[in-house]
Ligand binder design. Sequence first.
Ligand code: ADP
Ligand code: MG
Ligand code: ZN
Length: 242
Amino acid sequence: MAYRVLSRRYRPKVFEDLLGQPHVTRTLSNAIAEDRIGHAYLFTGPRGVGKTTAARLLAKALNCSKGPTVTPCNNCSSCLEIDESRSMDVYEIDGASNTGVDNIREIKNNVQYPPSRDRYKIYIIDEVHMLSQGAFNALLKTLEEPPEHVIFIFATTEPQKVPLTIQSRCQRFDFRKLRNSMILQSIAAIADKEGITIDDESKLHLWQGRLTQEVTIQKGLSKSSFHLFAIFICSACRWTSL
Ligand SMILES: Nc1ncnc2c1ncn2[C@@H]1O[C@H](COP(=O)(O)OP(=O)(O)O)[C@@H](O)[C@H]1O
Ligand SMILES: [Mg+2]
Ligand SMILES: [Zn+2]
């Protein structure tokens, strides 16, 4: 089975599955339940703590055909397409490779049109701190008067590089570093389901994406733990290019 398919299987499917970020999941769940959805969110925190996952969960919660709902069905076309990063109404943009003012202008032109099928047009911009000054300026105009149907979710590992003018127009959520015990537990659950035996140290390496083929050989890990590693690399991968 393709690693990508496996990695999707173990992604958090509902807010409850997102570990160690109760302040985020609680506030977002309440906002959805009470129909108080903001137009711009800023998710900050280190790599691999659930920023992209939370962004996709929010997108599904809002655009699920049975929604808006705190518990997206994960079964309708909208949910499935968001899982596979191919929704017509949810754009996943890598801020690191779309840094220019032209990239943002394209978004600006696009936001005026209604969503093609779902409730909202959602722009998830990862590593948003990489945008150029010109791009931020262009974005600011849209953030000042966002169309009703548009939601921006920015994610960044370096919030201090995001201009204050942008930050002040976003609802900010600081994702926390996950405790090791939590990571070990979550990997143990996956390893168990996949029928893989793996030691704790390797589990932490896995999570941090540091278990290279070399390390695997050095540590004499079995082929099956490398297989698990591949699952994680893919699940941590933001884009579906793998
Ligand atoms: N808080 C979390 N709870 C459960 N799983 C998580 C969490 N954070 C990350 N993961 C796992 O790691 C993968 C990568 O997380 P991701 O959301 O892309 O991190 P980030 O965007 O913060 O770098 C997810 O697909 C998920 O399997
Ligand atoms: Mg991410
Ligand atoms: Zn759905």
